[in-house]
Each structure stands twice: as structure tokens, then as C-alpha cells.
Design a protein around this ligand. Sequence first.
Ligand SMILES: Cc1cc2nc3c(=O)[nH]c(=O)nc-3n(C[C@H](O)[C@H](O)[C@H](O)COP(=O)(O)OP(=O)(O)OC[C@H]3O[C@@H](n4cnc5c(N)ncnc54)[C@H](O)[C@@H]3O)c2cc1C
Length: 389
Amino acid sequence: MQQLLSLFHPDQISIRHETRIAYSRDASRIHGECLAVVWPETIEDMIRLIGWAAETGNDLVPRGAGTGLCGGATPQNSVVIDSARLRQIGSIDIPANKIVVEAGVPLDLLNRHLKPFELFFPVIPGSHRSATIGGMIATNAAGLHAVRYGRIDEWVAEATLIDGKGIIHHLSAGDRGGIAGWEGITGMIVQAALHLTEIPQQRSLTLLCFDDLKGMLEEVAHLKANPSLSALEYINPQAAALVGWAAKHTLLAEFHSMDGKVEATIDMAAIWRARESLSARLTLAGFPISEDPQILPEAQESTLDWLAIQGIPVFGHLGVGIIHPRFLQGDPRILELYHRVSASGGQISGEHGMGLKKRQWASLAMKVKAQALKTQFDPQGVFNRGKLC
Ligand SMILES: Cc1cc2nc3c(=O)[nH]c(=O)nc-3n(C[C@H](O)[C@H](O)[C@H](O)COP(=O)(O)OP(=O)(O)OC[C@H]3O[C@@H](n4cnc5c(N)ncnc54)[C@H](O)[C@@H]3O)c2cc1C
């Protein structure tokens, strides 16, 4: 560590016990061993750090806000690279609706910056207050408005990656296979050019409650046919009761039109606040573990029915089939859920990534692709060792 300490200004590196404990896990609650934390400020800092890791055989773990829920940013005897000082926001290219930002920029900070220009970045995970653009790209984040805006990879025009050999890549829309969704195993994303979109002129929403799951899923299909639909969230009876709503299957549908019943900004904000409070409320209620399967439409009724019968609280982005059943740590029904999802052709992870938590569940195709990317970008295994491959 002495050699590493000598490479950085003392305020850019820490090996203090408290720091190492604080960086020993992400929001997944999976703990690991952090050897040191480095806060790079420039590309030269990154290249020096990668050179040291390659020479000494150390593992580097990129970290944004640490809101990841699968241990992707959990170190395993690793040096954590915190992107918190990569926070430059470039000027907006108004004619092209584009902006260049550094990887450590938190999403809400970016959207506050864009608001006066009546623009926004529309990929909005539930963790939008702190999740960083780098972490979102690395996990190919989806989120609350995925039904309209899709995943982040559709919004990245170009990204700059420094790989495990210290080589800088400017990956364009066509060749960013080494970045989006690869959870930091190919290198550190330092910057990205992002497409932006206009803040909608009209917004409204509707809350719909159902006793009957089948009827609710028919309504989902009907709502998805509305071209102004901008969010379609599901809350099951167990979760709805926690926010004081009727204990029924509930849909929150938002529109970029006046098709919804609730139009007052203040009322819409209160409904979204209740929906967004669910994660923390469920943790307090004894369900801290968040899963994120993506269920095919034909399997949604049987899966949601099984979860409700089991008394498992669920919410999520049903418009794109991603749901968040919540469990107590170690609940054996988590494995049962994985088996059910795999057997019905769904994805065990719809948006959080595989990290340490689900790496043994990665498909053979995913492992083969991860290995090929590793060989291309990080043959010495400098970045995020033991994750995905
Ligand atoms: C309450 C809550 C709600 C959530 N809701 C959603 C949701 O709606 N949709 C969704 O997709 N996710 C959601 N998540 C999961 C998580 O917030 C997202 O995955 C988010 O994009 C991670 O961003 P981060 O900056 O916190 O990344 P981190 O947690 O720090 O890292 C995540 C992964 O990305 C890698 N990484 C981080 N930065 C870089 C970088 N600069 N270069 C290379 N690799 C990097 C890490 O090594 C790790 O593998 C939620 C999490 C919480 C706690």
C-alpha cells in the first residue's frame, strides 16, 4: 500500500479503517474487504492507478454511489475507485439535445441542471437522488419510466472507458458493447455523451385498484396501447397496505397527456412520493432484500399470484415486466423465485445486475460474452475480479 499511497495526493486516497468499512459493501448488504479508496480527478490519475494494479496484481472496483443491489461495487480484497470527483457537467448542445458529463455525476444533479433548459435525462431508477451516470451505464439501468424511455444504453451517444490496460476508448453508439450492463468488469467509465429529451408539457396520472389479478393484467395491456403512457408501476396488496392504500393489486399509470384522472402537480407528487417510499418502508417492515426479475407477459399472472399467496410484498415496473419482490435475508423462497422465473423464460435480473449476489445464475451466453470482453479489455483481470466471470 505504501507504493499506492505515494502515487496520490493524501486527500485523494484513504486506507483509514473507517473509510475501508464504509466502502466494504454497496446497498446489497454483501460485505467484502476494502484495502483502500482512491478518488481520481483526472484520466492521468486513473492510468497511474491501473498501472499500479497491473504491476502488483491488485483488483480495482469502480464505484458510483454504491446504490447497487447485487454486490457489484462490493470489494473483495480490492481497491475501490470512487467516481465522486468526476462531476463535471459540460455545456448543452441545444440543437442536438446532447450533453457530455463525467461518470460521477448523480442523476438528480444532472436533471436539476437541465431543468431551466426544459430538458431532462429520462432514464430514472428509483435511486435517482444519488445513482451516478457511470453506475447507471455499468448496470444498463432501467427504472420508473422504462415503459416509455427504455434503458440507458439507448440514451448514451458515446462513452469514454479506460480499460484494464490503461487504454482510453471512445465507444460510440454502435460499439459500446464493452460498457452498458457489464458492471465495471471492462474498465472505468469516466465520461459519457448523453441524449436528452424535452420535459413533457402535459402530465397526469391514475391510480387503479383491482381485486382480481387477471382483470388488472388486462388493464395493463389496455394502458400500454396508449402512446402517451410514461410510467406503469405495480404495487401488490401487501405493499399497498404499507403506504396506507387499499390492500389491492394497484396500478400507477402516468401519462404525458391529460388522460390520467389526477392532474394537480401537488397530488401527483404525493402519489409518487408514496410509491418511492416503498423501498425504505419495506426494509423497515422486515423485507430488506430486493429482487428484480423480468417476467414475460405470459408468466405474469402465475408469478404475481404465487407472490401474493406467499404474502411477499411486491412493487415494480410492470410496464416492462420488471418487479421487485421483497424478502427477509436468506428466505428460501428467493431461490424458488429464481427457478420459477428461469423456467418461464424470464430474466433473474431485469435491471440491478448480477454482481456477487447472482453471478452463479448468469447464463452460459452471458459468461461467454463477459469472458470475451475481459480478454479484449482487461486480460490481466485488473477490474472487478470475480464478478460475472
Ligand atoms: C432504493 C433503490 C431503488 C433502485 N431502483 C432502481 C431502478 O428503478 N432501476 C434500476 O436499474 N436500478 C435500480 N436500483 C439499483 C441501482 O441504484 C442502480 O443499479 C444504479 O444505476 C447504480 O448506480 P450507482 O452509481 O449507485 O452504482 P454503484 O452501485 O456504485 O455500482 C454499480 C455497478 O456499476 C459499476 N460501476 C459504478 N460506476 C462505474 C464506472 N464509473 N465505471 C465502470 N463501472 C462502474 C460498479 O462496479 C458496480 O458493478 C435501485 C437501488 C436502490 C437502493
